[in-house]
Design a protein around this ligand. Structure first.
Ligand SMILES: C[S@@+](CC[C@H](N)C(=O)[O-])C[C@H]1O[C@@H](n2cnc3c(N)ncnc32)[C@H](O)[C@@H]1O
Length: 222
């Protein structure tokens, strides 16, 4: 089952996504980033996708459609695979209920950002026009020009997750969704983030979904 196919996404985009996920999985089979010390992750993965798994991307697309997300932030863009899903979802929501879509994407490595732009160009103008790619350390790039956010995807090295959330949280709308990857497999690395999300009175309604290595879905009702 593929919700993008049901939504009428064109076959060339579906094939491109299948291809990019396959490239990512082939790379990851040779690289276990959870076994790497944090300070070597950047270097070891400079040329690697580490894309969010396809079934999780389908879930993210589905939830973005369910909550009519039109303004989305992504922490950790890499070669831009998950961004394609976010952009397609935001555009489809605009198609149904009008307005404007924006996906704020973030990538530290300029070479990865350039590759992401190439992938988006292969998808076409529809998505390149609504992505605001911010290149550099997200602790700088997310400080300013932040609209009200409907959905926030955290798919980034663990130590960056809480700083990223703290920058975006003041801009989350009531009922916004926060999704965090790998919250079962990397629970100890995410200790600070999970404590923040799950603290009494945090405003977050938290649920761990049993996808491979876990996927946290939180709803923000401050
Ligand atoms: C797991 S990958 C993202 C994969 C992407 N979401 C996808 O599905 O295709 C995490 C990315 O976050 C980037 N990153 C790490 N620290 C960062 C920071 N401080 N600011 C911006 N990007 C960062 C890394 O360079 C890496 O490409």
């Amino acid at each position: 089952m593929n919700p993008l196919k049901d939504a009428g996404v064109s076959p060339h985009i579906l094939s491109l996504l299948d291809h990019l996920h396959k490239l990512s999985l082939d790379q990851e089979a040779k690289l276990d980033i959870t076994a790497l010390p944090h300070d070597s992750v950047h270097v070891a993965t400079r040329d690697a996708f580490i894309a969010l798994e396809q079934e999780k991307c389908h879930f993210v697309y589905q939830i973005a459609r369910a909550v009519n997300a039109k303004t989305i932030v992504e922490a950790g863009t890499s070669f831009g695979v998950s961004t394609i899903y976010l952009s397609l979802a935001a555009n489809a929501n605009v198609g149904v209920s009008g307005g404007k879509s924006t996906v704020i994407a973030t990538e530290h490595e300029p070479s990865k950002a350039a590759q992401a732009r190439k992938h988006w160009a292969e998808v076409g103008e529809d998505i390149t026009s609504n992505i605001d790619l911010r290149v550099g350390d997200l602790r700088d790039t997310l400080k300013e020009n932040m609209p009200e956010v409907d959905l926030f995807l955290l798919d980034i090295w663990a130590p960056m997750t809480l700083p990223a959330l703290k920058l975006v949280q003041p801009h989350l709308r009531h009922g916004a969704i926060v999704i965090v990857d790998n919250t079962i497999a990397s629970a100890s690395r995410y200790k600070d983030l999970l404590q923040h999300l799950r603290a009494e009175g945090s405003g977050f309604l938290n649920l761990t979904l049993p996808y491979h290595k876990g996927l946290e879905m939180c709803i923000y009702y401050p």
